[in-house]
Write a protein that binds this ligand. Sequence first.
Ligand code: 13P
Length: 260
Amino acid sequence: MVRIIASRQAVLTVRLASGDLVVTVRNIRRHGRFVKARFPLMAGNWKMHGDHLQAVAQVQKLASALSAKDFDCSEVAVLPPFTSLRGVQTLVDGDKLRIAYGAQDLSPHDSGAYTGEVSGPMLAELGCRYVLAGHFEVRQSGQHVAYTLGQLDGSLDGVPAPAVASLVIAYEPVWAIGTGEVATAEDAQEAASAIRSQISVVHGPETAGSVRILYGGSVKVSNIAPIMAQPDVDGALVGGASLDAGQFAQICRYRELSVS
Ligand code: 13P
């Protein structure tokens, strides 16, 4: 079951109601620069870890572990819990850090009587560049690429091509999330390529050539290099390993790691 959520302005997002092997990370930046097409994106999904003070300390550590050259090679983003976003914003703005940040979910509504929900416009006001949509830790899933493509079609149905082009799509095999089991680089490429081909069929080759596709699921320093060497994999959505600033910085510097 797939639900499409359309909201005003740039906040047009997609939520999978169940069985999400495909997670969309929507670019919700309203102001400022957008990164160039297919610029690698290394995003740390911190899930429900750490308070706002720890989040600020983590971002400080990450920023000091990365050089200007690292930021020239990859976009680095962190997705902390909602409660940390304001602290992270203050740090990033105050110290002019080149780290992007975003949230882990958003409401389908812009505002209103929706207890506990947080809207896209609220996140955009906090300077969030990204928001995860459709990432559920507890999920049912299919086993095949065909299942993933079915989800993709449902998710993107009715979304205009320019909006699709600015999406980031993360392929996360459910068995690889938090298990230490990682897809082979070849399997990650097969899924990413199938997703890109499907987008090409439905939304055109130009859109398919722009959309960034990430791999997620037990990404670590030891496995990131061969995955990033795949032509259709444009980055990683990193869970557990992104909680350690040193490890995440090394993952962001995958170019310096051996592919074999
Ligand atoms: P792990 O990297 O901890 O497996 O988490 C993957 C994930 O769910 C990222 O969104």
